[in-house]
Design a protein around this ligand. Structure first.
Ligand code: ARG
Length: 594
């Protein structure tokens, strides 16, 4: 279906045309249109332009006004109802009610709500949700997963080809220890030795891995001979020894079962083919090092292969290099990331690489990107870290348990769902236990996601469940209730597709709601361009708020005339669809009833 030009775009076009007709020497000057409290829009562009060309801004503004047909003068169908010069040379513009309603009707007629696809979509590879094998997922993995998933949805909705990459930590020296222990204690991962798994497959898998991790760590720390055997096992792993690889697979698979359990709870889809961990690049690492060295990008320093940067120095003033290969011949985190860039640009043909990773890894990515650029693998500016801040406890410090340990993501999520169940139960007494459990999951998980996504990504935020599941304020629960309330009105009305009536004048609250609904497409475009999901969250919160005002001021089912009832139902329905679509892009469910 065809994209629908927004009212702002239409008004912008009219004013820009009038401006270039009034002042041909200005070419296509920008009228600088923005929403305003005084009228619907204000255009400020005449000020700077008159100054630049040495004219009088009020005079210029007057000439523009003369060239714009309005509903008040020549053209009863004009989108602009009134336009007037104000102050030193602004234009105050009021849009015609009929233009608002008919634009919204065109949106409602389209499955995509009139939202256009990007003009030149490309291919983006996004690296997000990258937990580590044999370890628990913690609250940092929450951010990467939730932000990454929202950005995937938002970009795909615009028509971008998105390749997802879960760069899991599945390679490294700790696997020598785990595998060696498994060889010496072959039944350690057996399912039969489980005590009853309380919360499903995934948790049972993690329990087994934890047991393996603790037991092998204890031996590694106390038994020098085991330590030696474990170190030799790493070499076997990197050399591709069959028995070693088989056990490594077993550990990775066990972890994937656990990860999937968490993803299910989080209501996020992670496909197996997109899980391409550090190990996937193992065969490329020698080549990466050879090319870097041959190109002079990397040099040997104290036995290691290093890349140096003028502006990266340690506290002692000495340069801190990126170590691509350690002096013992082992490859680290940097080598894998460099190989991944070559693959993503060279083989996957990405135009853009995104990395949704903790801000504390900013220096790592800065050095990796610069190295890849010097090596000619990465075009300037093609890679971007979407660096996110830290999740804090109520004490303002990085979130820890009372015992000082990192908080398990599963525990947090379960607690959020429990809290949500209390809220849901209080609100809706006629629900069955099963329905309460389902809504509680949608409300609780939505609340956690929304709290994360509604804060600008780079900022730290406090994990406060009381605030997150509150019905009032900037929460997903507020959005979900607004949506459910609309759905309930529509059910009561019984009309499947309410009809818009552009001939009706609009009340102020209807106009405010209508103009905000119309901004959905532009909001999505800007959110996709700047990778800022919090702007979508803010838009939706604002939408629920203007809807609430509309609902308080404009009776819907009890309106005085059938056409007004229909038109208000139409506004309700479009609001519900816009909320639902926007929330879906953030990974948040919009239940029919709450
Ligand atoms: N596994 C890492 C962690 O848990 C994050 C990996 C980020 N992605 C990357 N390509 N380095 O901290």
């Amino acid at each position: 279906m065809a994209p629908v030009p927004s009212i702002a775009a239409t008004v912008h076009q009219r004013v820009a045309d009038a401006l270039s007709a009034a002042l041909p020497e200005a070419g296509s000057a920008d009228p600088l249109l923005r929403r305003s409290d005084r009228a619907d829009f204000q255009a400020n562009g005449m000020l700077a332009l008159a100054k630049k060309l040495g004219g009088n801004p009020r005079e210029l503004a007057g000439q523009v006004v003369d060239r714009i047909p309005t509903a008040g003068n020549a053209d009863p169908d004009a989108a602009i109802a009134a336009i007037e010069v104000s102050g030193p040379g602004f234009l105050n513009i009021t849009v015609a009610d009929s233009a608002i309603t008919s634009t919204l009707a065109a949106r409602a007629a389209d499955d995509r709500l009139g939202v256009p696809y990007a003009e030149n979509p490309g291919t983006t590879v996004i690296d997000y949700s990258q937990p580590n094998v044999a370890k628990e997922m913690h609250v940092g993995h929450l951010r990467s997963t939730v932000i990454g998933d929202a950005i995937v949805q938002i970009l795909e909705h615009r028509g971008e080809s998105v390749v997802r990459r879960h760069h899991i930590g599945d390679w490294g020296t700790q696997f020598g220890m785990l595998i060696q222990y498994l060889i010496e204690h072959p039944h350690e991962l057996d399912h039969a030795s489980d005590t009853a798994a309380a919360s499903g497959e995934g948790e049972a898998a993690m329990a087994r891995l934890n047991r393996l991790y603790k037991a092998s760590r204890a031996l590694f720390d106390t038994d020098e001979e085991f330590k030696d055997r474990a170190r030799r096992r790493v070499v076997d792993l990197q050399a591709g020894d069959a028995e070693t690889l088989a056990l490594w697979h077993k550990i990775v698979d066990e972890s994937k079962i656990y990860f999937q359990g968490v993803y299910e709870l989080l209501d996020v889809e992670v496909r197996d083919e997109d899980v391409v961990g550090e190990s996937a690049y193992n065969d490329d690492l020698n080549q990466v090092c050879d090319e870097l060295e041959a190109a002079g990008v990397a040099v040997r320093s104290e036995g290691a292969l290093c890349v140096f940067f003028d502006d990266v120095k340690g506290p002692d003033g000495q340069p801190v290099p990126l170590i691509v290969r350690k002096s013992n011949g082992g490859f680290g985190y940097a080598a894998t990331d460099l190989a991944a860039i070559r693959n993503r640009i060279g083989t996957l043909k990405a135009d853009t690489l995104l990395y949704v990773v903790d801000a504390r890894q900013a220096l790592h990515f800065k050095m990796v990107f610069e190295t890849a650029r010097r090596a000619g693998w990465l075009p300037e500016g093609a890679a971007k870290q979407l660096a996110f801040g830290t999740v804090l406890g109520k004490d303002g410090k990085p979130f820890k348990t009372r015992e000082g340990e990192t908080v398990r993501l599963v525990d947090l999520l379960n607690e959020a769902v429990d809290r949500a169940a209390v809220v849901v139960r209080e609100k809706a007494r006629e629900l069955s236990e099963e329905e309460i459990a389902e809504r509680a999951a949608q409300v609780g998980i939505g609340a956690v996601k929304y709290a994360d996504l509604s804060t600008s990504m780079s900022r730290d935020y406090v994990f406060d469940l009381d605030r997150m599941v509150s019905l009032n304020g900037d929460t997903s629960v507020y959005l979900q209730y607004a949506h459910a309330r609309i759905r309930s009105i529509l059910r009561k009305a019984g009309t499947a597709v309410p009809k818009a009536h552009p001939e009706l004048p609009l009340a102020p609250a209807e106009r405010a709601l209508g103009l905000h609904l119309d901004e959905f497409a532009e909001t999505l475009a800007s959110v996709a361009e700047t990778y800022e999901p919090h702007k979508l969250a803010a838009y939706l919160y604002q939408l629920a708020s203007v809807y609430t005002t509309f609902y308080d001021q404009c009776p819907v089912l009890k309106a005085e005339e059938p056409n007004i009832v229909a038109n208000r139902l139409f506004l309700c329905e479009l609001t519900a669809r816009t909320l639902r679509q926007g929330m879906a892009l953030l990974g948040i469910r919009a239940p029919e009833r709450l």
